[in-house]
Write a protein that binds this ligand. Sequence first.
Ligand code: WQD
Length: 343
Amino acid sequence: MAIMSKGRVLATGGTGYIGSHAVVELIKAGYEVEIIDNLYNSKAAVLGKIAELTGVGPKFYNVDMCDKPALMEVFARGNYDAVIHFAGLKAVGESVEQPLRYYATNVGGTLNLLDCMRAYGVKKIVFSSSATVYGVQETPKCEETMSTGSGISNPYGKTKFVIEEILKDAATADPGMEVSILRYFNPIGAHPSGLLGEDPNDRPNNLMPIVMKVATGEIDKLTVYGNDYPTPDGTCIRDYIHVVDLVKGHLAALEKMRPGAQIYNLGTGQGSSVMEIINEFSRVGGIQLPYEIGARRAGDLASLYADPMLAERELGWKAELSVANAMRDTLTFLRKEGLKLRV
Ligand code: WQD
């Protein structure tokens, strides 16, 4: 007897770090999932890992969301109930050098996606946004009391803000649309099996993938970008959330969708400093991480973490895994990849 599916979901960027973990959770929850990805910053081998974890090999289209005719073709066959939209360029520094490429890809690609959804009557979208949209306001960041859009220090963050505004306007114009905007804080960690993890094709900008490359010796030394901030140990504080908690937040959002546009922080509500991350990784991994203190990085805020109460109240979702869990799972992933770690 065929098991009733909860619905058909298209995951854009579904072979990426966050996307692949989300596809696993969606399939486990009973959804039929298909993926489009242009493999710019991910590998097709991830599809086999998803199949190993779920017993299902999701249908995959090697399609760029900027290729509207190809995307329309996918929707023509898809019969989707919802889209979870992960695809996009996300390197903050690169976005400063190549703003037009970031707007064309992230915003242009999303407009293509929304046109395809409208053409085929797909009314639900969950969007991967970022806490960057809060700009320089004080922390903790709260969806209900804080405006967005001012003081965003880079085009990457501005594309996320613009897409949020597009989605809100689209939901206003079409009462049947159901939008859930999820503002990520700092995703870290890997699937506990070690089969999925952060494995970018490009040079990483984020702290944890750089820590991973220092742990394997690919990068000699970690540079701490400043230890003269107004924080307890002088290094910047961020809200590091385990990627499995993060994607469970997507599932919760998908299951609680309603007409209009809802916005939720997906963070733990706890902050950790750069030095705390370094020390925790060394403690959990038994690895001495070589580091030096360098100059501040332009655009960094001293402290940034979530007020996660709205997601808890409305979605019944709360982060449960610790930074130590994320470190352990990251180390399992590195070892599964056959990478030798420093002692
Ligand atoms: C974290 C802390 C750095 C590297 C960005 C984007 C955000 C989201 C997450 C995509 C900061 C410090 C880092 C290093 C360091 N991206 N650091 N040495 O800047 O909080 O957020 O990534 O969705 O939108 O803005 O994350 O990991 O780059 O930095 O000291 O080699 O680690 O200064 O304090 P960030 P990050």
